[in-house]
Design a protein around this ligand. Structure first.
Ligand code: ZN
Length: 409
């Protein structure tokens, strides 16, 4: 038998855990893979029990400690593996609270936003939307949101034509605004757009390897021109971040970079950078419309987190969470119902909902990690170094390693 090194063992166990989570939830914890065929998750055992997996995870912990010298790389891999251990414990039915689950996976504290903080944002919304048409606040928000509203087949048309072109434009913006500052380039074979239905999310970037992605949009979701644009920037940034990761893998041959797991500290930074893509590209403006969009963003992310806690921690019923999203997040009932699929403890077919803990990554990733560091870089005139750390050092991209990776600043 050939002995494997720590990175190979890491990739092997990731693949096995992916097969395990797929069996139990329908979703693999492996989000993307672009390494050698022999280590492909599809080639890994589908028969491992939670006991086998936890045993193997502990062996990989030991191997990492013995073999990995770079402290940032070691912290990154240990953090990822710790999260994967929690994934297995969770799905194996080990007793843990929702807070323990979220904190274990993402290394961020779970906290319900106090209602007075939500009130503050509602007042801010009231102020910012005051000039827009409508009888009262709810009416104004509904009218604001329904402008350019699109769903179903019309949305599919738009996705396959205009949006496909828009993505090429965004690729060029990344080259002009971000990569040029880094003085570096990365191969980019672009993003293919596709319309899908019956998914718990509204958009998803599937990185295919070979420097290309498939972006799927859920046409059961109702988008308007603002939310659609937000999703496009968000998903394109995922593509970009994976381009750099694949390049780093090809240069370093560090095998663990070729596998991209979900539900780890990596997701916090990855969703954080995706939710900050508009700042990176300088597409934010001071228009009244943008001010409203930004306030709605905060309100919706906060109320979704609170609704997830209601459902998963406080044992509240779905209807109550929908009401909460309508009343406190100023969503339409339809969009609230749609978004419940993503945060409910179980799916419609009664399986554990793999995405139930995931909602924290976006807002926390942006407001606690990426945005403050980005603003600091702007203030210190260090954007080139900031982007280099984000995109050219893949081990910076975890809630476990982020602050350490930015110690230079
Ligand atoms: Zn995302």
């Amino acid at each position: 038998m050939i002995t494997m090194n720590a990175a190979e063992r890491f990739v092997k166990v990731c693949g096995e855990i992916g097969n395990y989570t797929e069996k139990l939830t329908g979703v693999s914890v492996v989000d993307a893979y672009f390494g050698p065929e022999g280590f492909h998750p599809e080639k890994m055992s589908t028969e491992k029990t939670e006991i086998d997996l936890v045993h193997e995870i502990h062996q990989v912990f030991d191997a990492l400690r013995d073999e990995i010298d770079d402290p940032l790389r070691l912290d990154f891999m240990m953090g990822e593996l710790h999260s994967l251990n929690i994934v297995v414990d969770w799905l194996a039915g080990k007793e843990m609270s929702y807070a323990e689950l979220v904190e274990g996976l993402f290394h961020i504290p779970l906290k319900r936003f106090p209602e007075n903080e939500i009130d503050k944002n509602i007042h801010l919304l009231e102020e910012r939307i005051s000039e827009f048409p409508g009888d009262d606040l709810r009416d104004k928000v509904t009218r604001f949101g329904s402008e350019g509203e699109i769903t179903g087949e019309a949305l599919q048309q738009l996705i396959e034509t205009e949006l496909q072109n828009k993505s090429a434009e965004i690729g060029q913006m990344f080259r002009d605004q971000v990569f040029s500052k880094m003085g570096a380039s990365v191969p980019d074979k672009g993003v293919q757009y596709e319309a899908v239905r019956n998914e718990p999310w509204s958009g998803y970037n599937w990185y295919q390897g070979g420097f290309k992605s498939l972006n799927q949009f859920n046409i059961d979701s109702k988008f308007n021109k603002d939310t659609l644009l937000n999703v496009i920037y968000h998903e394109y940034e995922h593509h970009v971040s994976n381009l750099w990761r694949e390049k780093a893998f090809l240069n370093s041959k560090n095998l663990e970079l070729s596998i991209v797991p979900l539900h780890t500290g990596r997701c916090v930074i990855s969703e954080g950078t995706a939710d900050t893509a508009k700042e990176f590209l300088g597409v934010t403006d001071d228009s009244p419309r943008m001010a409203v969009i930004n306030t709605l963003y905060v309100l919706r992310r906060m109320s979704s987190i609170n609704a997830a806690i209601m459902l998963n921690d406080e044992g509240k019923a779905a209807e109550e969470a929908v009401d909460y999203l309508v009343n406190r997040g100023f969503r339409t009932r339809e969009s609230a119902q749609q978004s419940i699929n993503f945060i409910s403890p179980t799916t419609k077919d009664g399986k554990p909902n793999f995405f139930a803990p995931y909602i924290y990554t976006y807002y926390k990733g942006r407001t606690d990690f990426v945005l403050p560091m980005y603003l600091k870089a702007v203030e210190k005139d260090s954007l080139p170094e900031f982007y280099k750390t984000v995109y050219m050092n893949p081990y910076s991209g975890s809630s476990v390693t982020w602050n350490k990776a930015f110690e230079w600043m």
